[in-house]
Design a protein around this ligand. Sequence first.
Ligand code: PHB
Length: 392
Amino acid sequence: MQSDPLFTPLKLGAVALKHRVIMAPMTRMRSAQPGNVPHALNAEYYRQRASEGGLLITEATDITPQAQGYRGTPGLYSAEQIAGWRAVTDAVHAKGGFIFSQIWHVGRISHSSLQPGGALPVAPSAVRPAGEHTDASGQNVPYETPRALEEAELAELVSDFVTAARNAREAGFDGVEVHGANGYLLDQFLRNGSNKRTDRYGGSIENRARLLLEVVDAVIAALGAERVGVRLSPWNGFNDMSDSDGEALWNYIAAELDKRELAYLHVVEPRSDFTTDLPPDANARDATSHFKSFFKGPLISTGGYVAETARAAVAAGRADAIAFGRPFISNPDLPERLRIGAAVTRYDRATFYGGDHRGYTDYASLAGETNQDVLAALPRQSATDKIFAWVP
Ligand code: PHB
């Protein structure tokens, strides 16, 4: 029998994976309050999803109080948070798994009610995103016009990312993923729809990429490149992102990141919109293949994959590993289900954000609900059709 391309070893920097089914970072808004502290419920969630030689990437994690954009997202700046994350990483390591922390600043995708002292959210420029945001009380309110960061504040931001990276190491993480995707702060600097600056951090592509690359270089200096990944979402319009020349921008960034010997680059395909249950847009750009021609290190691709498309992407060398988001919510043992071709449980969108254990740690794994005989009797062809039973 031919070996399954998803279940072959892969080295991502310092981490030696046994398989290529990665859990994508996902906001779940269930940290303990006050203080945005990871707690036992979160440790149980990640423990359930850990697998021998598998990689989990945490939900996006606030590097400072100012970095926060949603209620209940966890942080990585206080002693309590570091201790809370230590319980998470211990639980994952006890199962032979690996875990990276995704370190995050939301920039303008916040609201003054979520900001220290009720201050305005910060951004490269005072450009208000279109649409509405959920404030600290859970109401949907129009976005505010953010305050443009002073140039002197950018060095502090770089050092906030470094402090979070060091805290991640102290908490036992195997590495960090710098969140440069999805319209949050670093992405806001990259694209000229949101970056109107006229200093060294705005204007040319080199200038717009400066903050991301300074953060990446500083985090590499703190942890070593083999412990640092970067996530980008090229050509993705989520959170009101736009750029006048994406091609030139992403080519430059891919080539620059290629020089840095990162543990990995993580590309979010623009074809998939995780805020809906629509099927991937077949006409969207293939960002993964595009990046692969500039970036020679390990590449994780994500966005709307099912078992077959994941296998095909890895088999063709288009990507080295595939990250799954929503299916990992409802299938704690997703790698095992893909490996044996077992049915995949449908997720419940109503319990994605906030709340308690329901829709979080109460999804069953095969091992928890059945024995080997039943396992062997499960249909072997159903995994791919059932991952996304695209119900609008
Ligand atoms: C979200 O909370 O909606 C969210 C967070 C991080 C992302 C994307 C979406 O990268």
